[in-house]
Structures are given as structure tokens and as C-alpha cells.
Design a protein around this ligand. Structure first.
Ligand code: IMP
Ligand code: MG
Length: 179
């Protein structure tokens, strides 16, 4: 079903996101002072976070993207991660920061970290806008986390439900009518 009874409730406002993204960028700038960093965005959810984050970082940066699918159209993780788009260039010897929209079960991130570690980056860190630690199945941690949130399904600022709502400026909780 779509339309009618879906409800959106603001969880994190645009201004709070902007402020926090700036703080995370300042931290990254400090941690990698005088070095070059390579940001890898996980499509599609991280595209908006990455776009805002990279413009607040005062270092020499380059960006690349990967695409994976772990979810179908709905809210439930299939538990299987597929690589849909690989990187354009080698990351060997680079300071890599993997940029994610949200850490949920951790299945996607642990898969990606395994793939990327094999390619011998100098440093491999994780930046995630959101963290939902209560749902973890694999033990993974973000080095730079925007907000830790409760176990709610959220959309907006890049996050989707069946490809919808990515354009919302705030992060919102989506509630659906019972099936
Ligand atoms: P994980 O593999 O369970 O950690 O899931 C990571 C991916 O699932 C994220 O990159 C999102 O695309 C999606 N996801 C997890 N939780 C949410 C949510 O609350 N809203 C929208 N997408 C989510
Ligand atoms: Mg998604």
C-alpha cells in the first residue's frame, strides 16, 4: 500500500543535521591534518550526507562511490549483501573513510569493510550519519557517527522507503498502517 495512512514525524531537524555534519567534518579535518583523504559513499542513501560532509572538510579530498543492496523494497533486511557498483579506482595506500547513511544490523558495513580491507588502504574508517545500535547483528562501529537513534524506521536526508522520501530535509520517522 502507499499514500493515505503513512505518517511522517520529524526526528532530527535540518538545522541540527547541518550543525552535526559540520562537527563531524571538523573532527575528520583534525584527525587527518596535513594528509589526503578518500571518501567512499555507499549509494544511494549516503549521497546527501557525503555531499554536505565533503564541503565542510578542509583537507585535500577525493571521492568515489559503491552501490550495494541489502534491502528489498521494504523495511526488512534480506541479510544478503550484493555489490551493485564497484569503485572506479584503487584505494591501496589511501586514507579511506567509508560514508554510510545508517548503521543498522551491521551486515552491509561488515561486508563492505571485508571487501575494502582486502584492497590494502592505509587507513579505513567509517562515517555514518545515523546509528541504530539496538538492531546490531554484526559487531561493527562507526568512527564518526552523527546521531544515535532509537529503533525506528527513518527516512529523509538520503534515506528511503522503497526509493521514496530521500529528498526530505529532516530525518523523519515513518510509520505505516498495519498490514
Ligand atoms: P544494515 O546492513 O542492516 O546495517 O543496513 C544498512 C542499510 O539499510 C542502510 O544503508 C540503509 O540503506 C538501510 N536502512 C537501515 N535502516 C534504515 C532505516 O531506518 N531507514 C531507511 N533505510 C534503512
Ligand atoms: Mg535503502
Amino acid at each position: 500500500m502507499s499514500g493515505g495512512q503513512e505518517k511522517l514525524k520529524i526526528l532530527i531537524r535540518r538545522a541540527a543535521i547541518q550543525k552535526r555534519v559540520h562537527e563531524v567534518a571538523v573532527q575528520i579535518t583534525k584527525d587527518f591534518k596535513g594528509q589526503r583523504i578518500h571518501l567512499i559513499g555507499v549509494l544511494k542513501g549516503a549521497c546527501i550526507f557525503l555531499s554536505d560532509l565533503v564541503r565542510e572538510i578542509s583537507l585535500e579530498t577525493s571521492i568515489d562511490f559503491m552501490a550495494v543492496s541489502s534491502y528489498g523494497k521494504g523495511k526488512q533486511s534480506s541479510g544478503q549483501v550484493r555489490l551493485l557498483k564497484d569503485l572506479d579506482s584503487s584505494i591501496q595506500g589511501l586514507n579511506v573513510i567509508l560514508v554510510e547513511d545508517i548503521l543498522d544490523t551491521g551486515l552491509t558495513l561488515s561486508y563492505l569493510l571485508r571487501v575494502l580491507r582486502q584492497r590494502k588502504p592505509k587507513v579505513l574508517r567509517v562515517a555514518a550519519l545515523l546509528d541504530k545500535p539496538s538492531r546490531r547483528l554484526k559487531e561493527v562501529k562507526g568512527d564518526y557517527v552523527g546521531f544515535t537513534i532509537p529503533n525506528e524506521f527513518v527516512v529523509g536526508y538520503g534515506l528511503d522507503y522503497g526509493e521514496r522520501f530521500r529528498n526530505l530535509k529532516d530525518v523523519c520517522v515513518l510509520s505505516l498502517p498495519p498490514e
